[in-house]
Design a protein around this ligand. Structure first.
Ligand SMILES: C[S@@+](CC[C@H](N)C(=O)[O-])C[C@H]1O[C@@H](n2cnc3c(N)ncnc32)[C@H](O)[C@@H]1O
Length: 428
């Protein structure tokens, strides 16, 4: 049996059925199976996830009713591999997939064989352009409910541009300038022949991460951090004073903020195992004196903190739609109701956190999603109920962040970054 196909199936089942994360599953299996062609497994797994909606649409053309999730995953593998991976001949592919289906249930093999043959002999089918929502969803593999949400404030053309945007495959990093100057770090990259491109700040850049990883001696000189995450810390405007990071794990923002010794950073999270990630991250960068850790649910008031902080950051849990291009599993198994549930939690976190801000202090709300339901709507509801807060303008030169009523959305087609949102409020 082709081990790469059967392992890809095993990994995809974990992701689709047990809702595990692609990066975790791939690392786990690939590390323990060193004789296999791991690049091929990665390509199959990512290929199926990135094309999930289009593959399902294609399969739906050849079946009366969609089969069980296990069989559907196998058919998605056939549809994806037959069109994209030449090294596995189609007849061998179908034989293998039929064999795997027998392990699940012997009765399925006839059905799998028949549908697979149709999938390998037909070309991909796309919906008619007149049904614009279905067309955009299938063509760009984006859930319809998200397109419907985006349509509340953007038109089809804008959404198509957004979905079409191909972001760089290089990884965004921030230089640890406490250890090395940006200039010296660039020199090292050049000496080692590591490909990189400039980003917004002199201490940030896009790099070929697979190459960078090979040099252990550079390990503490940089951190992987998205550009919007760095921007949100910068626009917070915290030069000195006390900062509360309400949802801090894995620590990107807390640790960056705490690299300024004039700030006292309180890093919180609801999950102990995630708070440990912040601790590890800070200690790796040798940041210890001005960072403190608290296991705290952001929706529950901590009386000791009322009116105590100059800056409060609410980088709330969200649907992560802004990072779905790099993490295609983000789009699976999510519905509008999940975003509505999140929106209620986000509001509760923001409202609770407002109590911790000193008069004149800053309360900053951010997400890595791009739908108003989790962004603008949360802030607008908050402002309606809290007249003692007002939005402030933010200014970021050199990047085209979409501004609407002093709220800032990073649409990838405008910013060339992952999707993000910032709303900065001042307590009057
Ligand atoms: C978007 S992530 C934060 C990313 C982080 N700020 C960074 O820059 O690395 C959201 C975090 O919120 C935490 N979280 C979820 N619900 C929470 C709650 N009710 N109170 C506090 N933290 C919560 C999650 O465990 C997760 O670590």
């Amino acid at each position: 049996m082709n081990k790469e196909l059967s392992l890809s199936y095993k990994i995809l089942k974990k992701i689709y059925i047990e809702k595990s994360y692609v990066s975790i599953e791939l690392n786990k299996y690939i590390k323990s199976e060193n004789k296999l062609n791991t690049a091929l497994i990665t390509k199959i797994v990512y290929g199926v996830l990135e094309n999930d909606i289009s593959l399902e649409y294609f399969i739906s053309k050849f079946v009366k009713k969609l089969p069980s999730i296990q069989i559907l995953i196998l058919l998605k593998i056939v549809a994806y591999v037959s069109k994209n991976i030449q090294s596995i001949p189609s007849f061998a592919l179908v034989n293998e997939i039929v064999e795997i289906s027998k392990i699940e249930n012997k009765n399925n093999s006839g059905f799998v064989n028949a549908v697979s043959k149709k999938l390998i002999t037909n070309k991909y089918v796309y919906p008619n352009k007149e049904d614009r929502i279905t067309y955009l969803s299938v063509k760009y593999n984006f859930p319809k409910w998200v397109i419907n949400e985006l349509l509340k404030s953007k038109n089809y053309e804008f959404i198509e541009q957004l979905l079409k945007t191909n972001l760089t495959t290089l990884t965004h990093i921030r230089v640890n300038t406490n250890l090395i100057s940006s200039e010296d770090f660039r020199k090292k990259l050049k000496e080692l022949n590591i490909n990189f491109e400039d980003s917004l700040y002199d201490y940030t850049m896009y790099v070929d991460y697979s190459k960078l990883l090979k040099y252990n001696e550079l390990e503490n000189m940089y951190v992987v951090q998205g550009l919007p995450s760095i921007i949100t810390c910068n626009v917070l405007g915290a030069n000195k004073g006390k900062v509360l990071d309400v949802c801090s794990a894995p620590g990107g923002k807390s640790v960056y903020l705490a690299s300024n010794p004039n700030l006292d950073v309180y890093a919180c999270d609801i999950h102990a195992h995630r708070l440990d990630l912040v601790k590890k991250y800070a200690s790796k960068l040798n940041i210890k004196n001005n960072i403190h850790y608290f296991l705290q649910d952001g929706t529950i008031l901590n009386n000791n903190w009322i009116n105590k902080f100059d800056f409060v950051l609410c980088d709330v849990p969200c649907s992560n739609l802004g990072v779905s291009r790099k993490k295609p599993d983000v789009l699976l198994n999510k519905e509008l109701n999940d975003a509505k549930t999140l929106s209620a939690i986000q509001y509760k976190i923001l409202e609770t956190s407002a109590n911790y801000v000193k008069a004149g202090g800053i309360l900053q709300y951010s997400t890595c999603t791009i739908i108003d339901l989790e962004n603008k709507n949360v802030i607008n509801k908050f402002l309606k109920n809290h007249k003692d807060f007002e939005l402030t303008e933010i200014k970021v030169d050199g990047i085209n962040i979409f501004e609407s009523e002093k709220m800032y959305t990073f649409y990838p087609n405008l910013t060339n970054t992952e999707g993000f949102f910032i709303g900065r409020l001042r307590k009057k």
